[in-house]
Design a protein around this ligand. Structure first.
Ligand SMILES: Cc1cc2nc3c(=O)[nH]c(=O)nc-3n(C[C@H](O)[C@H](O)[C@H](O)COP(=O)(O)OP(=O)(O)OC[C@H]3O[C@@H](n4cnc5c(N)ncnc54)[C@H](O)[C@@H]3O)c2cc1C
Ligand SMILES: NC(=O)c1ccc[n+]([C@@H]2O[C@H](COP(=O)([O-])OP(=O)(O)OC[C@H]3O[C@@H](n4cnc5c(N)ncnc54)[C@H](O)[C@@H]3O)[C@@H](O)[C@H]2O)c1
Length: 455
């Protein structure tokens, strides 16, 4: 049977655009439907605008630090939210245009519409009310932020999508959550002058990170002006006469605030996508269940990225997409390798990790030594900035291989990205030590770590 397309991609985000481009470059007939702006979460309402906000927020701290280096500011610095928001949106538009260009220049049929599944080879283009067919379909529709809809007034709180477009910066904000988004936005908003309260249901934020890194992030809350309330959740949000919101907590506290911000996780975008109709199996979170080749329960339908809820990061979506195209279109079977994916939380300062924490290594059957340094970077001394830096290596006792690297402090993400090459390659602690230091840098501590704190 002749199909309209060899590949139809639903969603022009990180995974979708990569798959569409690679398949088109390999000579296949490809279409990609996008209901919003090309670029997806990462470019439009995620990594990119978030990181630009982080930079904006950091400038305030840098000006404080500069005083110790002899700088004076004739007037107290002021921040203009409208300038930041509009400049960030202009950059988002520019990048989204580049993503559109990538599709079009490579001959992908870029369809500006919502698309849904009709049968294993048919897609409905909603805005144009027509159907097309494809030999293979790739679902790369990502996810969306959730609220706790069970509590009265949940809709009075914003989610991360809205945070990029706020008409004005509030004076006060209450954020629910203790993961990446809650922590990153708590620091962003606090750095821009907002009095932030972070409400987390558990004991500690950033559960999936090394405990020293999580403690580091919590330890910096107070200095950043973030109030932290743990072991409780919102039970009700009310609109107040004066325009603010009143948040009721399970522990009995009541918080009056201008802005309420839900950062309690995301849900795959499979509602009304036609998955039931077509027989594509999803899990209880709505994530498409796929095998190691990103193939769903319907053989012609594949899924990559956040919609599969495997590891919800941009570089992972991109690599899953590339492996899909290699395997299905280029006769070169490839699988995404999920070992040693580096990750960072862009708190201020940030924290970043690659590989096993000590607890994870032990749970996996390794006996480990943990090397650690905890110090104040040179830059902070004249600045009279108490901020510290932590570096940890988790080392296998038997093989001397470095199984994990965990860093907290300025440029942690940059350092871990480079260290990840070595850790992924399976280098030993002795090879770290044999590497000459680059002085004076913060990263040189990585090759001089000699204190074992846990064995
Ligand atoms: C605030 C925030 C910050 C983040 N920061 C980072 C970070 O620093 N580093 C990192 O690695 N990751 C980060 N992430 C995660 C990262 O953005 C995602 O993992 C990544 O974008 C997933 O890519 P994807 O291709 O699966 O989906 P997406 O990029 O979400 O793309 C899906 C696309 O599909 C479209 N779509 C959905 N349904 C349909 C439909 N039926 N028809 C047509 N189009 C449809 C959507 O509009 C969207 O454009 C962040 C996420 C958020 C929310
Ligand atoms: N720097 C990055 O790479 C980055 C940044 C942002 C997002 N992301 C990706 O996006 C995903 C989603 O981010 P996220 O922060 O929304 O989700 P998350 O899963 O990282 O964190 C959600 C947190 O909210 C808590 N929570 C749940 N219900 C709650 C409630 N009612 N009250 C208070 N806390 C509650 C959870 O225990 C959890 O700690 C991340 O897991 C990550 O994969 C990555």
């Amino acid at each position: 049977m002749a199909y309209d397309y060899d590949l139809f991609v639903i969603g022009a985000g990180s995974g979708g655009v990569r798959a569409a481009r690679l398949a088109a470059q390999a000579g296949f007939k490809v279409a990609c439907a996008e209901e919003s702006k090309p670029g997806g979460t990462c470019v439009v309402r995620g990594c990119v605008p978030k990181k630009l906000f982080v930079y904006a927020s950091e400038y305030g701290h840098m000006m404080e630090d500069a005083k110790g280096y002899g700088w004076t500011f004739p007037e107290a610095p002021r921040h203009d939210w409208d300038t930041l928001r509009d400049n960030v949106q202009a950059e988002v538009e520019r990048l989204s245009g580049i993503y559109s260009g990538i599709l079009e220049k490579n001959g992908v049929d870029h369809i500006r519409s919502r698309a849904v599944l009709v049968d294993p080879h048919t897609i409905h283009i909603v805005e144009e009310d027509r159907q097309v067919t494809a030999e293979k379909i790739l679902v790369a529709v990502g996810g969306r932020p959730i609220r706790d809809d069970g509590i009265p007034g949940a809709e009075l709180g914003i989610v991360s999508d809205d945070a990029f477009l706020l008409p004005k910066l509030p004076k006060t904000a209450v954020i629910a959550g203790g993961g990446y988004i809650a922590v990153e936005f708590a620091y962003i908003l606090a750095g821009l002058g907002v009095a932030v309260t972070l409400v987390y249901r558990g004991e500690r934020v950033l559960r999936s990170f090394d405990t020293d890194l999580a403690s580091y992030v919590e330890g910096n809350f107070e200095r950043a002006g973030i109030r932290y309330v743990n072991n409780t959740v919102f039970t009700k949000i009310e609109e107040m006469d004066v325009g603010g919101r009143r948040v009721h907590l399970m522990n009995g506290d009541v918080l009056d605030t201008e802005l309420v911000f839900w950062a309690i996780g995301r849900r795959p975008n499979t509602d009304s996508l036609g998955v039931d109709r077509v027989g594509v199996q999803v899990d209880r979170h709505g994530a498409i269940i796929v095998n190691e080749d990103s193939q769903s329960s319907v053989p012609s339908i594949f899924a990559v990225g956040d919609v599969t809820n495997r590891v919800n990061l941009t570089p992972v979506a991109i690599r899953e997409a590339a492996a899909f195209v290699e395997t299905q279109f280029k006769g070169n079977p490839r699988r995404m390798d999920y070992d040693f994916i580096p990750k960072a939380v862009f708190s201020q300062p940030p924290v970043a990790s690659v590989g096993y924490t000590a607890a994870e290594a032990r749970a996996a059957g390794y006996e480990v030594d943990v090397y650690k340094a905890d110090f104040r970077a040179m830059r902070n001394i004249l600045a009279q900035n108490p901020e510290r830096c932590i570096m940890k290596l988790v080392v296998c006792k038997k093989t001397d291989k470095v199984l994990g690297c965990h860093i907290a402090g300025t440029e942690a993400g940059e350092m871990v990205q480079v260290a990840a090459i070595a850790v992924k390659a399976g280098v030993t602690k002795a090879q770290f030590d044999a590497t000459c230091a680059l002085h004076p840098t913060v990263a040189e501590e990585l090759v001089t770590l000699n204190t074992i704190v846990e064995e």
